[in-house]
Structures are given as C-alpha cells and as structure tokens.
Design a protein around this ligand. Structure first.
Ligand code: SAM
Length: 317
C-alpha cells in the first residue's frame, strides 16, 4: 500500500531519504514484529519549507518541488482538495526550545507554524503523524497542546528519545520524537543495542587536500580547549552533534579532525556530515550551494537511520 507523506518543514528531506530506504529495504525493519514484513510504500508527495536553497537540493534528490510558503499561512496541508495524504511528518524549528535558542516556546514567533499544524490535525485527521525536535521540546506548551489534541482526536501515540549512537552511528544527535496513529496495534519498541561503526567509515582522506576545510593554527590555539578535536584514526571516536552554525562558530557546533601526518586540524566536510546523518554518498556534490549553506542545511536536518527505524515502527501493523 502506498503511504502518501506530507513532509512539513522539509529542509533537505531526511524523511524522504528514509522513505527511499524503507522502500528499498523491502519494507523489512528491525522493529517489525517477528516475521512480519510491512508492505507499505512510504513516499513523500508534498513538501513545504520557506528555504529556497533547501528546495533546490530537495528537488534534485527527491524529485519533488517543495512549496515555499510559511506553514502558518496554510488553510490546508494538501496541495489540491482531492489530494489524499496518509501521513504528516513534522520537523518544526527547534530554536524556541533549545538552551542556545530563545527558550520562549509558544511565545517565539518561530513556533507559530507548529501551532497552526496542531489546529489543523482535528480538521484533517492524517492517519499517521511523526514529529522530531530537540529533547527540550518535551514538556513545552506545544508538546502539551499536541498531546491533548492527539488524545481528543482519537490517536494513540508513543514518544521516543533517541540518539544515532544507539543505532551504531558514531555521532551524537539526541532528539525527541513522537509517533501517532489512528487505530492499529501498539507501537513496537526500537532496538538500540547496535554495534558502533568506526568513524573512519565516514571519513574521506582526500579532504585533507581541501584548503577550505583547514582550521587556521591561530584559531586552534585560541579555542583548542573548547573545541572537540578527534584523532583521525581513532576508531572508537564519536563526534559531537553538528549544528547549523558549524563552519561559522568554532565551538559547540560540532567536531574537528586532527591528523598527525598532516599536522593539521580540519572541519568535517558537508558530505562527511551528510554521510554520518545517513544521507547518500556525495549528497552535496551535485549543487552550487556555498559551503556555509551546506553546513546550515545538514546541521538542521534529520538523522536518517533513526527516522528510518521510526518510520518502520509507524508503518508496522
Ligand atoms: C529543523 S529544520 C527541518 C529539517 C528537515 N526536516 C530536513 O530533513 O532537512 C526546520 C525547517 O523549517 C523551515 N521553516 C522554519 N519556519 C518555517 C515556517 N514558518 N514555514 C515553513 N517552513 C519553515 C526551515 O527553513 C527549516 O528548513
């Protein structure tokens, strides 16, 4: 059965990337109940975001042109009155809730789009809903309002707090997730004891020749104690969470690599971060976006392996 997804706050399409994977993997997931194979074909059919740079990349990789409008201005989510949507995936901006953001929650203008979606849920009743945000979203006013709306509209829901490290990915990015559905069985648990993959799998040695990734010696000297610098051949290393400020702010925005052979410290490339986030190889190689924009887009995106597991859990009977 085709599952038609609305990718709301679509960015570069973490859920679209995960949907390709679910389809490719023959719809079998570690979270499916014993022997059960989901026959669902998840596919994004409409996507919305205000970011034009993200839209160009989205179109290239996922074959859909996102609508560039603010979500709070929408009267309905479907593009046409007869367009049927089975699922909404929501990744609203996290700044209203992050400790480094405003923490003003529902008072922050950037949370108005989520407020609008919460209003639209009882009118449109998408059968399946998924939401991603920072852990600090939990307990916010919008979190409470969402749970109340879901309960009143007859959904069952389950919340998850997951980090890619729990699925064997050597990168920290703990996030809050909520899955909701109309009917069906209770949600399966997600197995989180995968063996860690070595960071070297995600590193491209050719990047030591890329001068645009080098961190100047005086920057390293100045911020060294606060920078998270990883030895390139440390197989057990786990990176910090890469944020949209990576490449702009030298500290608390992600990890760096040190190589004794080159006696140099460099940033991870946008493609290396995209690979850690579970996107296909060379995700950013096909576009003309500046390195700064690429860091912003990947820093805002979703950890695809985690979303893949959640999507499988949502689609299980
Ligand atoms: C956390 S990111 C989502 C990332 C995305 N799911 C991905 O996989 O790349 C939030 C996105 O919401 C978009 N956005 C912010 N405010 C918006 C609004 N009012 N209406 C529509 N999109 C908005 C931003 O441009 C950004 O791409």
């Amino acid at each position: 059965m085709n599952i038609r997804i609305a990718d709301l706050f679509c960015g570069i399409g973490g859920i679209a990337e995960a949907s390709h994977r679910v389809s490719e993997a023959g719809h079998k997931s570690a979270t499916s109940r014993a022997g059960e194979i989901s026959t669902s074909h998840p596919k994004v059919v409409t996507a919305i975001d205000i970011d034009q740079s993200a839209a160009s990349l989205y179109r290239h990789h996922h074959g859909i042109v996102p609508r560039c409008s603010t979500i709070e201005s929408l009267q309905r989510i479907a593009e046409r009155p007869n367009q049927k949507l089975d699922m909404w995936w929501l990744s609203p901006p996290c700044q209203p809730y992050t400790t480094r953001g405003s923490q003003r929650g529902s008072l922050d203008a950037r949370s108005q789009a989520l407020r609008r979606l919460i209003q639209l849920i009882p009118r449109e009743i998408p059968r399946l809903i998924g939401l991603e945000n920072v852990p600090a979203f939990e307990g916010s006013q919008h979190h409470q309002a969402l749970k109340q709306t879901l309960t009143e509209a007859g959904y069952q829901y389950k919340e998850y707090n997951l980090c890619p490290t729990e699925l064997g990915i050597p990168m920290r990015r703990r996030r809050f997730y909520l899955l909701a559905k109309q009917g069906g069985e209770t949600f399966p648990t997600i197995s989180t004891n995968k063996q860690q993959r070595p960071l070297t799998e995600f590193i491209d040695d050719a990047n030591w020749q890329d001068n645009s990734l080098q961190v100047p010696h005086d920057t390293v000297r100045r911020y060294e104690s606060a920078m998270n610098i990883i030895e390139v051949d440390n197989r057990d290393a786990i990176t910090a969470c890469f944020t949209s400020a990576y490449g702009k702010s030298p500290i608390r925005s992600g990890s760096y690599l040190y190589c004794s052979t080159h006696n140099a410290v460099r940033r991870f490339s946008p493609n290396e971060i995209a690979k850690l986030m579970g996107f296909r190889d060379g995700f950013f190689s096909t576009n003309q976006l500046s390195q700064r924009v690429q860091y912003r887009l990947i820093g805002n995106s979703l950890a695809v392996p985690v979303v893949h597991e959640l999507l499988s859990a949502l689609l299980a009977k």
